[in-house]
Ligand binder design. Structure first.
Ligand code: AHR
Length: 512
């Protein structure tokens, strides 16, 4: 059996994991909101119409922050449509997803839902059909105490206290011709800068050059980067946008979905190379940020918000009629092999945690999601649910630099490792955890050498493996693909030897 050695030391770190790396995303798309998180007639619905069975699963996933309301939907959305008395809210065409939007769920419902699900809201302002004034007024609606027309609207809609929303995306995928109100990099960069200025002013933040910030809770602003690294405008889009906005914002957003054609005609290696490709993509944006930082002579560190990432495979044509409310859209059912690639993507995020400080698994419920629901019925956990739940629940603290002699395979993106790992050290909990993917078609022996922790003991060991790479979970077979507990391995002199089955994901926790 081929052997791979992986070495990590407590003193050699990549960086600290920001818990917001484990965020997610809810868009007004398909059944994410309606029949997903909000279904007033559902047997588990609470007094606000929120499905409590879904809230329980969101908690189980350890999601700390949720982005809302889009997505492509955002670029045609007027936030005023979603507030006030429900019977008076307008029903509109949603031109992003050719659906009918009833607006029965809007900003105030989202804030209430976040409170109940114990997550931080991450809002987004429309840069397609929306103006910079609309953006500033949404900040005012959410964060201003009262005494103005806009803030009094919030108070009369039931929330006397401001929401103090800190995280704000300035638009969504504005480089994409599919976007309502798509702009060039120069046009978007200028508009995003002006939006950032007025949003900060509406939040009581004075100009940077005043040297004084009057707000205790300055906004964290996220400017839209490229929609993916196959865009013709990548990475010029990112450079130009950052040159306009560097001083005014805190994060550059990036998006990426890894797809495996539905007919699976491409070699599997192309799909298994996704995690290493994601690293390359992050590397280019890391370099672009540093280039612009030097160019604009800034001392400020800007981070990446990877606010849409996932596997997205279904390419089947839409079967639901146009303009339906809550149509079944993008309801990918994830396979076991999707979960393996998914775990590798999470490893990549962890291995870049020094620059990727926020991440949003896109999306959370029903739409390319780890949680699926039936109208009036039950739920099931997709295969991808499990790597997310284990990693988000445990991989905190610092990511350690790993040194591995894994052999590699070629794929459409370049060269990728058969054994893909992330190792994290949580000093507070005195734990070390290892997330290990074996992308080889045969079992592999892995020797983990974990130095400088003193006496290490294995505390938990689970493995996701399955004889059928295309196995899935579903409402009538919810537990086909679930992790299995393994016998705890012995650790001798900081070394532990494991056998990873062909095509598997393993997750271990050690304590010291
Ligand atoms: O998450 C689905 C869609 O993918 C989002 O609406 C958009 O931002 C991206 O293209």
């Amino acid at each position: 059996m081929k052997k791979t050695k992986i070495f990590a030391d407590a003193n050699l770190t990549v960086g600290t994991v920001d818990p917001n790396l484990y965020g997610s995303f809810i868009e007004h798309l398909g059944r994410a909101v309606y029949e997903g998180i909000y279904e007033p007639d559902h047997p588990t619905a609470d007094e606000d119409g929120f499905r409590t069975d879904v809230i329980d699963l969101v908690r189980e996933l350890h999601v700390p922050i949720v982005r809302y309301p889009g997505g492509n939907f955002l670029s045609g959305y007027d936030w005023r449509d979603g507030i006030g008395e429900k019977s008076k809210r307008p029903v509109r065409l949603d031109l992003a997803w050719f659906s009918t939007e009833t607006n029965q769920f809007g900003t105030d419902e989202f804030m209430k839902w976040c409170k109940k699900a114990d997550v931080t809201p991450m809002m987004a302002v429309n840069m397609g059909t929306g103006s910079i004034q609309d953006a500033a007024r949404l900040v005012e609606y959410c964060n201003h105490e009262g005494g103005t027309e806009i803030s009094e609207m919030r108070r009369s809609n039931g929330s006397k206290e401001p929401y103090h929303v800190r995280y704000w995306c300035i638009g969504n995928e504005m480089d994409g011709p599919w976007q309502i109100g798509h702009l060039t990099a120069d046009e978007y960069g200028k508009k995003a800068l002006e939006a950032a200025k007025v949003m900060r002013w509406a939040n009581g933040e004075l100009k940077e050059e005043s040297g004084k910030n009057w707000s205790d809770e300055p906004l964290k602003l996220i400017v839209s980067g490229s929609s993916n690294h196959e865009m013709k405008t990548f990475p010029e889009w990112d450079r130009i946008v950052l040159e306009h906005t560097y001083r005014a914002v805190d994060y550059l957003s990036m998006h990426r979905y890894y797809m495996y054609d539905e007919d699976r005609e491409r070699p599997l290696e192309d799909f298994l190379g996704s995690a290493d490709d994601m690293s390359e993509y992050i590397g280019t944006l890391r370099a672009t940020i540093e280039y612009v930082r030097a160019k604009v002579r800034s001392k400020k560190k800007l981070f990446i918000s990877f606010d849409e990432w996932n596997i997205w495979t279904v390419t089947a044509p839409r079967t639901e009629p146009l303009w339906k409310t809550a149509p079944h859209l993008l309801e990918d059912v994830y396979t076991f092999q999707d979960a393996l690639v998914f775990a590798g993507l999470m490893n990549t995020l962890l291995n870049n945690c020094d620059v990727v400080k926020l991440g949003c698994l896109a999306q959370l419920v029903n739409v390319i999601a780890p949680i699926m629901t039936q109208k009036g019925g039950g739920t099931f956990r997709q295969t991808s649910f499990y790597p997310f739940r284990y990693i988000a629940g445990t991989a905190r603290g610092e990511t350690l630099r790993t040194f591995s002699d894994s052999d590699t395979f070629e794929n459409m993106y370049g060269t990728a490792r058969y054994i893909n790992e992330a190792i994290n050290h949580d000093r507070a909990r005195r734990t070390v955890c290892a997330s290990l993917c074996n992308y080889a078609q045969e079992a592999r022996e892995v020797e983990l050498e974990l130095r400088s922790f003193g006496e290490l003991r294995a505390k938990s060991y689970v493995e996701l493996s399955h004889p059928d790479l295309l196995a899935t979970n579903g409402f009538d077979h919810p537990d086909d693909v679930v992790p299995h507990e393994k016998d705890l391995p012995a650790v001798r002199d900081g070394k532990v030897t494991l056998t990873l089955p062909a095509m598997s994901w393993s997750f271990l926790i050690f304590e010291y």
